[in-house]
Write a protein that binds this ligand. Structure first.
Ligand SMILES: [Zn+2]
Length: 408
């Protein structure tokens, strides 16, 4: 379990479910007892109306609760964080130890020394192999993967560092205290289902309470304070979750996360795309060869030269502003998150296909832009024998119960 960094956030995560339970409890009492049983059934003797509202109410309540538990548990137990690098593990243990001993915050000097912030310059840096065993990955200007200086590790494609958790989260969407933490690759589907069902549930409560209030007013009876309270609460949450659902559906259809979307307009992706071994750079692109060459010279022992046959060459290319390499088209974008059938879309059971995607080609399925980029930059095709080469990534240390391989 990965808890939030600040104590106030951790408290919020515990208190919010109680607040939500209180609201749902009040709404249940009002809709079932005051509106359906007392008013529709007893006063007006409209059995059909009472039965219809009770059925709708409990169906959406059940869907809302199931999806809430699913998203809450997923976020607590499988938030989709990437493993920490060795240096971050050591440093964080040291920080914890300091706290236990009650020492004040580190001095500026110590804080500044926290980590060597720069990327790991070791050519055999743990985890690199996971990138160059693919045919394409997101890289920085020098062709190495992006580096997270807080987690001391290479950032997999589409991961973003979440400051609340102080961890990199795969396909991070946003931090949401309402569902107990960070919404990302593993929980986005269930989050959408939860907000969608909550919006529908709120609509049922709003319609039932408004009909009841209106006919009571029309017949000159006094208004019921509890019914008004239930209406106000459901209107608030209804508006909130409806907006959230609409926004999330839009992101799902264009295959962007909330984080991506905020910078999508001027976002340029830099990709390392595999080309035949030994391809030379051109004015259009530079190249990088993995495994990275070992340093030689004074201070470094002479290592045996790399086995030429085990190397892989990558061209470093940039997309145009606003292009999205993972855009598969609206329907397949939707399926990559929600699942392949409408049953999957409705039930908060199966994980998103994108969260269990496992492929030697790339971390996430690439859209048509990938082939377009190869053409645009005139990248030579791999020979079929090179295409068939597979690198089995070594297993790395597992940190905090998170596996370094995908889909677990
Ligand atoms: Zn990070």
């Amino acid at each position: 379990m990965v808890a939030a960094k600040t104590a106030s956030t951790r408290w919020l995560v515990r208190i919010i479910p109680l607040i939500l339970a209180g609201c749902a409890g009040l709404a249940t009492y009002v809709v079932v007892k005051r509106v359906c049983l007392d008013y529709f059934l007893q006063t007006q003797q409209k059995n059909g109306v009472a039965a219809a509202f009770l059925t709708l109410y409990f169906v959406f309540l059940l869907c809302m609760l199931l999806s809430y538990f699913r998203v809450f548990l997923e976020i607590q137990h499988n938030p989709g964080v990437t493993p920490l690098g060795e240096r971050a593990v050591v440093q964080r243990e040291r920080d914890k130890e300091r706290k236990r001993q009650g020492r004040k915050a580190e001095s500026d000097l110590e804080a500044g020394e926290r980590y060597e912030a720069g990327a790991d310059n070791n050519p055999d840096s743990p985890g690199l192999e996971r990138f160059y065993s693919k045919n394409v990955f997101v890289c920085s200007a020098d062709g190495r993967p992006r580096w997270c200086s807080s987690c001391c590790t290479w950032k997999v494609d589409r991961a973003h560092h979440c400051s609340e958790l102080d961890r990199c989260v795969k396909k991070m969407d946003h931090y949401c205290p309402w569902v107990g933490g960070v919404v990302g690759e593993t929980s986005f589907k269930f989050f959408m289902q939860f907000t969608g069902y909550t919006a529908l549930y709120c609509i049922v409560v709003i319609v039932a309470t408004v009909i009841c209030l209106k006919s009571k007013l029309d017949s000159g009876q006094g208004v019921d304070g509890l019914v008004i309270a239930a209406l106000a609460i459901s209107a608030f949450f209804g508006l909130f979750t409806f907006t959230m659902t609409a926004t999330s559906i839009r992101y799902a259809i264009v295959n962007l996360t909330n984080v991506d979307y905020l910078k999508s307009k001027d976002m340029v992706h830099q990709l390392a795309i595999r080309v035949p071994r030994g391809t030379q750079g051109t004015p259009k692109y530079s190249v990088i060869t993995y495994p990275l060459p070992k340093r030689s010279g004074p201070g470094h022992e002479e290592d045996p030269p790399r086995d030429q046959l085990a190397t892989r060459t990558f061209a470093i290319v940039k997309t145009e502003m606003g292009e999205n390499p993972w855009d598969l088209g609206p329907y397949r974008n939707w399926q990559s998150i929600m699942g392949n059938s409408p049953v999957d879309w409705l039930l908060p059971i199966k994980p998103s296909p994108c969260a269990v995607y496992e492929n030697n080609e790339s971390f996430y399925e690439m859209g048509p832009l990938y082939e377009q980029l190869r053409e645009r930059f005139g990248l030579p095709e791999l020979s079929s024998s090179e295409k068939g080469e597979v690198i089995e990534p070594k297993q790395h240390r597992h940190v905090n119960g998170t596996d370094s391989t995908r889909g677990s």
